[in-house]
Write a protein of this length. Structure first.
Length: 232
């Protein structure tokens, strides 16, 4: 197997550690429930979330939805008008352009601004389609496919990446782009959503980038960073 595992732990050992972490996180934060989400909404929300806080990106998304009655109107509006509506999320001009380009491509391909056709595709095809949209990378595509279609992808954002390296579920030298394929082999498929959402919550509340709150963290016993002082 070519995957790089931290601390030369055997593959099954890493899977056991992941299972323990998932269980402890679910004890702490509960088991997140999947809600039905519109895939285009998810796509746009994720584009707006790039390089900003959740608070700001959610504010930008809410403003976009209240300014325009639907995505057809967003597409018909000027870049400036769209940028103005999402100003709260930062990088407004770039995100407005990316959003409109993605909506344009979807309309061109599906003849309507809907991604429901992805449900009929194999997961690899659906991923390839989303990655072909301007401004859409693996994290955004995985979020859409996991949360809107329950396809087995495990999105890796900065929180998930940081904590998984600290826990030793991926090696310290593994790049963010490689971490997803490793984690998808280590985490049980039916726990992708729980693992992703609970790690984001954990990253915000306890395992912060700076000054992680080890003293209140239930994952201490399965954390390389805590036990051995490895670098984040
Ligand atoms: S023990 Fe510390 S570094 Fe490890 S997961 Fe918890 S807060 Fe993060």
């Amino acid at each position: 197997m070519s995957i790089i595992l931290s601390s030369n732990m055997a593959y099954n050992t890493v899977r056991q550690r992941a299972a323990k972490c998932i269980s402890l996180l679910e004890e702490l934060y509960g088991i997140p429930q999947a809600e039905e989400r519109d895939p285009v909404d998810l796509l746009v929300m994720t584009i707006l979330s790039q390089n900003t806080s959740d608070t700001n990106s959610l504010r930008a998304f809410a403003r976009l939805k209240s300014t325009f009655s639907d995505y057809e109107q967003v597409l018909a509006a000027t870049d400036e008008a769209v940028a103005e509506s999402i100003r709260a999320g930062g990088l407004a001009e770039i995100k407005a352009r990316r959003t409109k380009e993605a909506l344009f491509r979807i309309k061109q391909d599906a003849e309507t601004i809907s991604l429901s056709f992805l449900a009929d595709m194999k997961k690899e095809q659906a991923m390839a389609y989303l990655l072909s949209l301007p401004g859409v990378g693996p994290k955004t595509a995985s979020v859409v496919l996991l949360f809107a279609f329950f396809m087995p992808f495990l999105p890796v954002d900065t929180h998930v990446y940081r904590i998984c390296r600290r826990l030793g579920l991926v090696g310290e030298s593994v790049a963010l782009e490689k971490a997803q394929s490793i984690l998808e082999r280590v985490v049980p498929v039916d726990k992708y959503l729980s693992f992703h959402l609970n790690l984001i919550t954990h990253g915000r509340r306890i395992c912060r980038a700076r000054n992680p709150r080890h003293e209140v963290c239930p994952l201490q016993d399965c954390c390389d960073y805590y036990l051995h002082g490895q670098k984040p």
